[in-house]
Design a protein around this ligand. Structure first.
Ligand code: NAD
Length: 284
């Protein structure tokens, strides 16, 4: 069965990127968010996302942005997801917020629909445990910005079936993605390493060992990374970094994941990185 209608839950940084990518690759998207204000901003964000791709020559489009946008239904009504053949959840990185969303998805979506979690660190097995279909639950850890990043980390939960992995492979293939499948563990491969790196880089700034600019210059100049850890933190969202570190800290009961106090202070002060206009850097 080819998947044509995809539900996307959460219209934040990731949900909008996933919706844009799906619509650009010919899928119909049902994009759901509980915030009407967020939903109102989706049109402009997708237009801006397409503009950036064209500017960087990352895409050739046969259609206008308006034609692409026509495929994205925006709604706060979860019941509309009953129509979706595959669902990708991208709400805030907090189990308290995600759990009721997953219970709702399990009630609304037909039993054969695969439910995918786009999470930075939460165990995929835990998502499966609050549904009646743990074999149809999978993790898809997209990279940001979604339409420009080819590689995706796919996570197999304890009960995830091979059929679910193959359906996921087909959906991602149709989105133009490559994937690496890994076993379930908090933070998976990428974020178990990346979150510690960003957190330690923030400690360096807090301890006045170097400025944010100099920390990033070392990673770019010495290791050839296209972005330094603090620029990456701003891109991901410092609030999401903090929540991910808290999930890792709680999941492993290991103090090495304790969030840096400076990170917490910046998040409390509303400095969430690019999406709020200010983090370690200023954004217009
Ligand atoms: N930002 C990144 O670079 C990145 C990368 C990979 C994965 N992720 C993961 O993707 C998920 C989303 O992250 P984000 O950066 O887009 O966060 P975000 O804060 O930008 O967006 C979260 C969205 O979820 C919505 N939401 C909250 N509660 C909801 C509910 N009950 N029902 C419907 N919508 C609800 C919010 O209104 C918001 O629009 C998180 O789990 C995060 O860890 C983020």
């Amino acid at each position: 069965m080819s998947i044509e209608i995809v539900g996307v839950v959460g219209a934040g940084v990731m949900g909008v990127g996933v919706a844009q990518n799906l619509a650009q690759t010919g899928h119909r998207v049902i994009l759901v968010d509980s915030s009407e204000e967020r939903l109102r901003r989706v049109g402009d964000e997708i237009r801006q996302g397409i503009r950036s791709q064209l500017l960087l020559k990352k895409v050739k489009l046969a259609e206008s942005p308006e034609q692409i946008l026509e495929r994205v239904t925006r709604t706060s009504d979860f019941a509309k997801l009953a129509e979706a053949q595959f669902v990708i959840e991208n709400v805030t990185e907090s189990w308290e917020i995600k759990k009721p969303v997953w219970e709702q998805l399990d009630r609304i979506c037909p039993a054969e629909t695969v439910l995918a979690a786009n999470t930075s660190a939460i165990s995929i097995t835990r998502f499966g445990s609050v549904t009646r279909r743990p074999d149809k639950v999978v993790g898809i850890h997209f990279m940001n910005p979604v339409p420009m990043k080819r590689m995706v980390e796919v996570i197999r939960g304890f009960h995830t079936s091979n059929e679910t992995i193959e359906t996921t492979r087909a959906v991602l293939g149709a989105m133009g993605k490559e994937l690496v499948v890994v076993e379930d563990s908090p933070g998976f491969v990428s974020n178990r390493v990346l979150m510690l790196t960003i957190n330690e880089a923030i400690f360096l700034v807090q301890d006045r060992v170097a400025s944010a600019e100099d920390v990033d210059r070392i990673f770019k100049g010495c290791f050839g990374h296209p972005m330094g850890p603090l620029e990456t933190g701003d891109l991901i969202g410092l609030d999401t970094i903090l929540l991910s570190l808290e999930v890792l800290y709680e999941s492993f009961n290991d103090s090495k994941y304790r969030p840096c106090p400076l990170l917490r202070k910046m998040v409390d002060a509303g400095l969430h990185g690019r999406k709020s206009g200010r983090g370690f850097y200023h954004y217009a």
